[in-house]
Design a binder for this molecule. Sequence first.
Ligand SMILES: NC(=O)c1ccc[n+]([C@@H]2O[C@H](COP(=O)([O-])OP(=O)(O)OC[C@H]3O[C@@H](n4cnc5c(N)ncnc54)[C@H](OP(=O)(O)O)[C@@H]3O)[C@@H](O)[C@H]2O)c1
Length: 233
Amino acid sequence: MTTVSGATVLVTGGQRGLGRAFEQELLEAGAAKVYATARTPAAESDPRVVPMELEVTDQESVENLARVADDVSIVFNNAGIGGSGPLLETDMDEVMAVFDANVFGALRVAKAFAPILAANGGGALVDIHSALSWAAGSGAYGATKAALWSLTNSLRLELASNGTQVVGVHLGYADTDLTRGIDAPKNDPRVVARDVLTALADGETEVLADDASRAFKAALSGPVEGLSLPSRS
Ligand SMILES: NC(=O)c1ccc[n+]([C@@H]2O[C@H](COP(=O)([O-])OP(=O)(O)OC[C@H]3O[C@@H](n4cnc5c(N)ncnc54)[C@H](OP(=O)(O)O)[C@@H]3O)[C@@H](O)[C@H]2O)c1
C-alpha cells in the first residue's frame, strides 16, 4: 500500500504521453513534488513539477538524476520507445537500441533508485510494460516488454525486504505520440494513470488496464498460438 498524497515521485519520460498523464494524476492525488524527465527537458509552469534531464541508456545520466532526486519514494519507470518491425527484417543495432531503452534503461533506473526508495521508507516502483509483453508479432518491442515483465517480477522479490511495492502495468494502445498513425481504439492515458494510482493505494502488484491485456494474460495458460497479434495483412 503506497500513499501518493504528500509523496515525492519520479516519472521517467514525464513530460509527454503516458508520463504526463501519470504526473497529472499524481498531482491530482496530492503528490507534493513530481520530477518529470525528458532528454531535453522543457520548463514547467506548475512549481510542483521539476523538469529533469534523463537519458536512460546513459549510466552517468541515471546516476546524475539519482544524486538530485534522492527524496523520491515512488518511481515510475515509464520512458520507452517503439520499434515494431519484424525481427528478421530489423538490423541488430536497432533491436539492441530498443532493448537498451526499454529493458536496460528501466533496470538502470531501478538499480539507482532502489536504495533511495529504501531510505525513504520503501515506497513503490511502477514499471510500464504492455499487453505485448504476452503477445507475439510486434518484433523487438514486444520482446523488450516481455523482458521488462520478467525483470519486474524479479525486482519485486529482491525489493520485498526493503518494503518496496513493485507494480507492473500492462496496457494495449494508449493515445500518445507512440501510437500516432495507428488507427485503432486507444486508452485514455489519464484513465490508465488513475488505475495505476488505485493499484498503488490498494497494495496491488499488477495492473491490467484493458481487455487486450486481460485477454493475453488469460491466453498464457493456453496454446502458444493464442498469443499472437491479429495479422495486419
Ligand atoms: N502508447 C501506448 O499505446 C503504449 C502501450 C503500452 C505501453 N506503453 C509504454 O508506455 C511508456 C510511455 O509510452 P508513451 O506512449 O507515453 O510514448 P511517447 O509518447 O512516445 O513518450 C515516450 C517517453 O519516453 C521517453 N524516452 C524515450 N526514450 C528515452 C530515453 N532513451 N531516455 C529517456 N527517456 C526516453 C520520452 O522522452 P523525451 O521527451 O525525451 O522524448 C517520452 O517522454 C513506454 O514505456 C511505452 O512502451 C505505451
